[in-house]
Design a protein around this ligand. Sequence first.
Ligand code: PLP
Length: 279
Amino acid sequence: MPEIAFVNGAFMSLSEARVSVEDRGFQFGDGVYELLRVYAGAPFHLAEHLERLEQSARAIGIPLSYTRDRWTAVISEAILRSGFPEAKVYIQVTRGVAPRDHVPTGPVTPTVVVTVRAIAPPASELCANGADVVTVPDLRWARCNIKSIGLLANVLAKQQAQERGAFEALFVRDGYVLEGATSNVLIVKNRCLVTPPEGPLLLSGVTRKVVLGLAQEAGVAVKEQPVTEAELYAADEVFLTGTTIEALPVARVNGRPIGAGPPGPVTKLVMARFREARG
Ligand code: PLP
């Protein structure tokens, strides 16, 4: 089965896909992206991902000419062409191709790329035993709610996590835990689910929102409020959310075990509800 790409209106196999070296995404990281999950051939929460893509593009002044219907048609066709029932769809929109200058001198047409690749659910041992995470200083900019392709700080953080034998790095700024390099973070204290509030210092995760809704429906109290590093260590449960990892329990933070060991009861409940929701 082929890995598929869509580049500026044309479908092709991923190995044939090309963009110019003068693309501002390549030159400056001047672009935005989305990653969404396909379960049994159907995109999961597509509308929320498209809304966030539009918000990100608007925030950095990239004009998006694609309507929701056009995105939906392109994504559906790409999934069909790939034939992957379990897939991840990556969407990238850059400001476009122009001679390298920080401010483009003339009009630029945005570059639109969509790719589809197969994906497996997170490893069952990881879900059962929980992940190791480490904390790192947050060296990112102050617009982390924009899903920018400029991910250098995230890449370095994730690399650090790997070097320290961990699955994920959690960004800490001024003593507060914000999110992971590729995930949101939630803690459970006294059966209450707590997660840092949306704002410019973290990405408004689609999975985070889905999980908060599922938890509330199941009668779990939910609070969106700042979480200190001390509260993270003292939590009864900690878990991560993200498009590819769904809801993933955390076993240890910087080597320190969390609660009575993963997955705790609220994490288990959320994981079960999420499995039902994705079908
Ligand atoms: N935070 C960051 C920095 C991310 O990169 C991601 C996903 O890539 C998330 C959170 C989780 O977002 P979502 O649930 O929409 O995948």
